[in-house]
Design a protein around this ligand. Structure first.
Ligand code: GLC
Length: 563
């Protein structure tokens, strides 16, 4: 495939005022409570992030995205926000935040904040007011309260299901029910209420004025619901979540991916564009690809996470198809493509890519990672190949904290330490996402491997010592050094947002050209293959007798050195 139609064919300028800095940026996701703990209370904090920013600058990323750091009772790891315009006191203060942003900017790093507009915490002052104010009040209209069905209103208003399991409705003492698409502690806002819309405009300006460069928009596809009376049941369509969207005509699901949601983002774009450079945004929208790019249109958010790529198996044909399709849809929408392998919601790719296709991640977690067992060395080898492939693709890459260390999923967390609401809300049948949220190891010793002065809020396994930054820093061949080299080289090599596939490749091999002779070759087969001509710039594993071994990616190129 030759793709030269894009208008973005010049080398990107990643300098601070370039309005397009984000199009091919590498963004590092920080999960604040698990990154670094400066005050030693076991929970990561803002000062901890500031102290470790030099790690990100040395890594060579362009920006950091912070998962929520707002006041929260932590019913859903901080995605239950009690005040969208403040910092959780356990994580610091607004002053700490400002210091962190200033230091990030000084180091040439942009800062992206996670914004959670679909719901609040039940501890948000609006929800407390709504409970006090009673049925029919303006305070209740900021949320989605309804009377129940059944003779005494004892049944939920509709059959809508929570993403975390069970009914999406919870009854309050006066008999009404409120909607929560996630945990009961996360009541959904009513986006048909003008006050809600106005408040989020204020929030976006609040953080933009403090120097935040962009936003990651949580559950971007769920804000606007069909609230026409009577509310309608979804019915048994044989699927839930994103899969349900494939079973109904586009835009007709009662609470996901409704066409009206795009008005919200067109409104936000006016706010983003009032800043220099314009604030950027990326949608978290679990909807099929052709609908997902609508969120990424230039007059909306600009980018949307590419979950097809994250979910693709380790298979050359499947990956090529997803990459081709992702580039096509992004270009059609005027967006830049995005790539992601890991985040705080999924099994880390070092482990996940080793699970045979069709494996249920949850069943694997319930087996404590034993059925099937994953060979850690083989998983790391594959993850490194996957990463070099991802970093060679045109568009923007999102890297999740710890993947630069090659961390595996901590699949055997004892159930008594689990914090994710998914565990309890599913009646203890889904273990949830804690295994990818275990605090980072920075040093090879100490009470929490340098995460903080005390024990970490989730236990770290003993083998984390070997993955610590200290164990890998300056060590040739380490995963940390591989990421550093790759990101340094990528900056030098980046050109337009296009690639050209090579067709004359052995089965199970992917090979494409970017520009100026930069080529990426990945061997996904189980035997070594001949190395095409070209200077080896970087390789995810040592060459096998001059050939490219299984689960290996190489960058070949035009005579640039890593240095
Ligand atoms: C998003 C977040 C996830 C959270 C959910 C509800 O999917 O990534 O962690 O649980 O939204 O806010």
């Amino acid at each position: 495939m030759t793709d030269r139609t894009t208008t973005h064919d010049s080398p990107p300028d990643l300098s601070s005022r370039d309005p397009d800095w984000w199009r091919q940026a590498v963004v590092y996701q920080v999960y604040p409570r698990s990154f670094a703990d400066a005050d030693g209370d076991g929970l990561g904090d803002i000062r901890g992030i500031t102290q470790r920013l030099t790690h990100l600058a040395a890594l060579g990323v362009d920006a950091l995205w912070l998962s929520p750091f707002y006041p929260s009772e932590l019913a859903d790891g901080g995605y239950d926000v009690a005040d969208h315009r403040d910092v959780d006191p356990r994580l610091g203060t607004l002053d700490d935040f400002d210091t962190m942003v200033a230091e990030a900017h000084r180091l040439g790093l942009k800062v992206i904040a996670d914004i959670v507009p679909n719901h609040t915490s039940r501890q948000h002052r609006w929800f407390e007011e709504a409970l006090r104010a009673g049925p029919g009040s303006p305070a209740r209209d900021r949320y989605v309260f309804r009377d129940g069905r059944g003779q005494h209103g004892e049944l939920p208003p509709t059959d809508w299901q929570s993403v975390f399991g069970g009914s999406a409705w919870r009854r309050v003492p006066d008999g009404q029910w409120y909607l929560h698409l996630f945990a009961p502690e996360q009541p959904d806002l009513n986006w048909q209420n003008e006050e809600v819309r106005a408040d989020f405009r204020t929030t976006l300006r609040f953080w933009s004025d403090r120097g935040v460069d962009g936003f990651r928009v949580d559950v971007a596809h769920a804000l606007v619901k069909d609230l026409d009376e009577p509310l309608r049941d979804l019915g048994d369509i044989g699927a839930t979540g994103e899969d349900a969207l494939l079973r109904v005509p586009p835009g007709s699901h009662p609470y996901y991916d409704r066409d009206e949601v795009h008005e919200v983002y067109r409104d936000w774009r006016k706010i983003f564009d009032a800043y220099t450079p314009p604030r950027t945004a990326v949608a978290e929208a679990w909807v099929p690809g052709d609908r997902r790019v609508l969120y990424a249109r230039p007059d909306e958010l600009g980018q949307a996470f590419n979950f097809e790529y994250l979910r693709a198996g380790w298979d050359a044909g499947e990956l090529r198809q997803v990459i081709t399709e992702s580039l096509r849809t992004a270009r059609a929408a005027g967006a830049s493509a995005t790539w992601v392998l890991s985040n705080h919601d999924v099994v880390r790719h070092t482990s996940r890519l080793m699970l045979p296709s069709g494996t249920d991640d949850n069943a694997w977690l319930l087996s404590d990672g034993r059925a099937p067992a994953v060979d850690a060395a083989a998983g790391l080898r594959r993850a490194r190949a996957a990463t070099l492939l991802m970093l060679a693709l045109p568009g923007s890459a999102y890297v999740y904290q710890g993947e630069e260390l090659g961390l595996p999923e901590v699949a055997d967390l004892p159930t008594e330490v689990l914090q994710d609401p998914i565990w309890e809300q599913t009646g203890r049948v889904r273990k949830g996402r804690d295994g990818c949220r275990v605090p980072l190891p920075w040093t090879t010793g100490g009470p929490s491997y340098g995460f903080g002065a005390g024990a970490a809020w989730l236990p770290q396994p003993d083998d984390f010592a070997a993955y610590a930054v200290e164990a890998q820093d300056g060590v040739e061949g380490s995963t940390l050094e591989l990421y550093r080299s790759a990101l340094r080289l990528r900056r030098k090599l980046l050109q337009g947002e296009s690639l050209t596939w090579a067709e004359d490749v052995p089965a199970g091999v992917l090979r494409f050209d970017r520009s100026d002779g930069w080529q990426c070759v990945t061997n996904l087969s189980d035997r070594p293959v001949a190395l095409p001509a070209g200077e080896v710039l970087l390789c995810s594993a040592p060459l096998d007798d001059g050939r490219l071994g299984p689960d290996t990616t190489v960058w070949l190129g035009p005579g640039l050195s890593v240095g």
